[in-house]
Design a protein around this ligand. Structure first.
Ligand code: FAD
Length: 393
């Protein structure tokens, strides 16, 4: 027998985007119901970089203190050439960065962030969280939305927020598209900092770039663990083979890199790998009483370190618009889209050429890139202000 529950506001998906939205909306005094397909709220994967645009949102959500305790405050980000070891450029992330943007740049374990958001949601009496609810269908009626789940659960909601990630079911209401595979894969993981096989550059974020590859490294969990992400373009993907992005390919691509890069890549867990996807930007991610948020709305390549950050911006913006239009949810959602769509589209679009710049293969293009990068000062924020500065109201 089908069990139907009526809820005023339903969030589908309990990742960083969904939980942050539950918290933001509940803090405006509205009851929130969140459903998640997994039996538990968990994050797979390793580290997250969180720029000031997102720590500003964490402050609004009341979780920044807890986040700062679990995170690491890097002093700088350094970009190096993976084939020569040369420092190409850097970005000062410590107090100068914080003075400029008002909030810190942090790196942390993604499961620590999820746990902090989950604890904050659990402490909010107006939030109901349910696991083991997999959305299978969505039917939009004139004045409500019906959400069907596996195992005969059904919800009727006045407002539905789809925060169900890259392979969003809710997104199918808007467009019949597929994730776009970049042909790149990531091997990633954390290890106790004492077991890292190379010198660790203090609390820095270190990025090594080379032809069709990059390696990202930084400490997480208050400095106890070291996060490493080894990314490369898979030739077997390009040739159409089903099995692609293997550890053997990883080793082959990294064979031409300097010894610390090779050793680091060799120490990253081979147990699992993540093909990297984005999608084309949507013209719209709000329809009537349904809105998409986070990766469901605007999945992007990870090179800007902004996917989760943009989901946090979405969450706070959505709550602000519900406050601005308390009697008219459709107006609130339309205003959310108006505020968010240009910015998230810009992030999606900017990430692709940034990835190309990191992964250049042509020696002349590499030489020009390196020359331009060497000329900039670490405290020159001109290229990143658009990401981290406070958005106009
Ligand atoms: P998800 O985390 O995917 O959550 C979606 C949730 O919905 C999941 O819990 C899922 O189980 C649930 N769900 C899905 N379908 C259903 C259904 N049918 N019914 C019910 N529930 C469902 N971002 C940054 O900001 N900084 C970084 O440094 C960074 N680094 C990254 C590095 C890599 C290698 C990758 C791959 C990504 C990185 N990102 C980074 C991006 C970031 O991880 C994502 O943008 C972010 O996690 C998206 O959160 P979300 O809540 O929108 O989606």
């Amino acid at each position: 027998m089908t069990r139907e529950l009526h809820v005023p506001l339903l969030i589908v998906g309990g990742g960083i985007g969904g939980l942050a939205t539950a918290l933001a909306v509940a803090r405006t005094g509205r009851p929130v119901h969140l459903i998640e397909q997994a039996p538990e709220f968990t994050e797979i994967g390793a580290g997250l970089q969180i720029g000031a645009n997102a720590t500003r949102m964490m402050h609004r959500l009341g979780v920044l203190d807890a986040v700062e305790r679990a995170a690491v405050h890097p002093e700088r980000a350094t970009m190096r050439d993976a084939r020569t070891g040369e420092k190409l450029t850097g970005l000062t992330l410590g107090s100068t960065y914080q003075a400029r943007y008002g909030f810190p740049y942090l790196v942390m374990h993604r499961s620590d962030l999820l746990q902090i958001l989950l604890d904050a949601c659990t402490a909010e009496p107006s939030i109901t969280l349910e696991n083991n609810r997999t959305v299978t269908d969505v039917v939009v009626d004139a004045d409500s939305v019906r959400i069907d789940c596996a195992n005969s659960f059904q919800y009727r909601a006045d407002v539905v927020i789809g925060a169900d990630g890259l392979r969003s079911r809710l997104r199918r209401l808007f467009v019949d598209d597929e994730p776009v595979c970049s042909g790149y894969v990531a091997y990633r993981g954390t290890m106790p900092i004492a077991e890292v096989p190379t010198d660790v550059e203090s609390n820095d974020v270190v990025l090594w770039v080379g032809p069709r590859m990059h390696l990202m490294q930084y400490p997480v969990r208050a400095g106890a663990l070291y996060n490493q992400v080894a990314v490369f373009h898979s030739e077997s993907f390009a040739s159409g083979r089903d099995e692609w992005g293997t550890p053997e390919e990883l080793d082959a691509v990294y064979a031409d890199t300097v010894e610390p890069v090779r050793r680091s890549a060799g120490s990253v867990s081979r147990a699992r790998h993540w093909p990297l996807y984005d999608r084309e930007p949507l013209d719209s991610y709000v329809r009537g009483r349904v809105a998409l948020l986070g990766d469901a709305a605007h999945p992007m390549l990870q090179v800007l370190g902004q996917g989760a950050c943009q989901a946090l911006e979405d969450a706070v913006c959505l709550a602000d618009q519900l406050v601005a239009h308390p009697e008219d949810v459709e107006k609130a959602l339309a205003s959310y889209e108006e505020a968010r769509l240009p910015r998230t589209t810009e992030c999606q679009r900017a990430a692709r050429p940034w990835a190309e710049i990191w992964h250049l293969t042509d020696p002349l293009a590499v030489a020009l890139r390196n020359r331009i990068l060497r000329a900039r000062a670490d405290d020159d924020y001109d290229d990143v202000d658009w990401l981290y500065a406070e958005l106009p109201a």
